[in-house]
Design a binder for this molecule. Sequence first.
Ligand code: TPP
Ligand code: MG
Length: 363
Amino acid sequence: MPTTREAASSYPVQLVQPDGRRVFDREHAALVADVGPDRLRRLYEDMVVTRRIDVEATALQRQGQLGLWPPLLGQEAAQIGSAHALHSDDYVFCSYREAGVAYCRGVDPAQLTRLWRGAAHSCWDPAEINMTNPAIVVGSQGLHATGYAYAANLDGAEIAVIAYFGDGATSQGDIAEALGFAASWSAPVVFFCQNNHWAISEPVRVQSATPIARRAYGYGIPGVQVDGNDALAVLAVTRQAVARARAGGGPSFIEAITYRMGPHTTADDPTRYRSAAETELWQRRDPIDRMRRLLEREELWDSDFEQRVRERSDDVGDRLRGATIEMPDPEPGELFEHVYTTAHPLIDSERRQYAAYLEGAPQ
Ligand SMILES: Cc1ncc(C[n+]2csc(CCOP(=O)(O)OP(=O)(O)O)c2C)c(N)n1
Ligand SMILES: [Mg+2]
């Protein structure tokens, strides 16, 4: 990770410019020197599929099939680039917005909307993909990640844990406490902040008087800023941080500078608090366009590849839509499942009371 002096530089790490040209940065390019044509194409494909997931789920909410959806439009490079740095035995603690990370972890697309349709408490089984379910309580996952990482260290497991959270979450006590504990106990956790410039209607400038990554230094944690719309640069810095965690080097902090191009959730109207000019500026920095330009420049783009990506996104999109519409309503008693891992007397008594209520309730 960079020194304090490097982190103080006003330039985030970048390996590909918006026009698709490579940036000369020997140190960070070395971290992705093995990333050849197949992996570059895979990064592109995963970003396109993720956008399709997001657009499809947003449409499903507009059509009354979901209660809510938190779009990640514009944040594909931050999510896909970082997820590609993880091993299957690493563990992910996410916020509510990381559908792209879940896709890279191998979640069945048919499960992605379960919680947002109100059909279950959760989307997927965390043990199957080593990733927690959407955390709505802002910043809480930072503490969970730190505790898990600390325990993994005690067990001697050589894994990395990554906590995804937003710029607004850095104002939460939970994140501050997680940073302090992780630094003191050398927990192998990567704090991955997607600075998408907004916390609902609050601009990032009111969250921090310094660049967010610099605050990590106050805790004794190395921090780095990266161009969060550059999947290759995000992959590079995340690889560095997870390698450090696995090798016993302790926590790291990554601030991925990106932009939430859509609303906070489908319940939000961003035109109430930000200008069209700002959104248009970031549309010109679209992370998917950037990767496409890189592939074109390096002659890795052809119509077969384009068609393969289209077919894959259609397949995932159709699967997500079909599964959402056909999702069975849960049995009322399922409300009490999975609250605790083991039987719990309070839950048992509530389950009995509810069953009795349903029996006596007018049909
Ligand atoms: C503890 C807590 N406080 C407030 C909220 C309401 N809330 C939900 S999302 C959000 C903003 C979070 O912004 P940020 O951390 O930047 O993440 P982003 O939504 O931009 O991904 C707030 C205040 C909440 N869910 N939990
Ligand atoms: Mg934010």
